[in-house]
Design a protein around this ligand. Sequence first.
Ligand code: BMP
Length: 272
Amino acid sequence: MPDKFTSYEERAKRHPNPAAKALLETIVRKKSNLCVSVDVTGKADFLNIIDIVGPYVCLIKTHVDIIEDFDASIIDRLQELSKQHDFLIFEDRKFADIGNTVALQYSSGVHKIASWSHITNAHPVPGPSIITGLSSVGKPLGRGLLLLAEMSTKGSLATGSYTEEAVKMARAHRDFVIGFIAQRSMNGVGKDTADTTDDDFLVLTPGVGLDSKGDAMGQQYRTPEEVLRDGCDVIIVGRGIYGKGPSVDIQSVREQAERYRSAGWSAYEKLL
Ligand code: BMP
């Protein structure tokens, strides 16, 4: 485990993976470690929210398979907004199958995720072959993969030796696996004492909220300050920013995005 806290800026300079490097650079440029998770089912709301929160985020997280009126023009617009507002894109696909199948799911089908999503994620449950499959598609495109080492939900099974094995899998594929979805730093977890290389895994953390402790379906929230203190790098916030619908209040979304950006950034500055 690196013995001292290292700034996003320092890490950006030395990170070998292009997606991780770009994310760290964006965080520094925009003074934002906020990722907004845009979990809405209509194309218009989806693009509207992204246009509003775009200036405040380093990353937009999507679940494109929940959009009812999905068509390819959504991706064109998402890419335009990504350039206009300077953020990266993370499709939260949570791949979980054999290497051959995930390679097809990542490259093909309706969504063609690899062609537009800088970062995606996978459950480590199938073992290292899931990384081989995804990497065969994503690495030549300069993409990065996160493994789900832990989850934010009550009763999650991703704990203990499961989490440790996930980190070991990542360590063996540092060129493509850039970090984790987790609730704390994963640097040093499950590491062999003979291994003297430094870990520099990014940790992106969902289950972040300032006004609520959870929902009725097992989600659990902690504050930006709590998760940053535990070694997380990026806070992922969904409903805390755009509410539970049905309609989107533009002014409130903008205010909440700035509120979370500022909370995430001051929590980081306290650690420097
Ligand atoms: P919200 O802030 O509205 O609870 O949304 C959290 C988002 O993060 C959802 O898109 C969910 O799929 C995702 N997520 C999570 O909540 N916990 C995890 O452990 C992993 C996730 O990807």
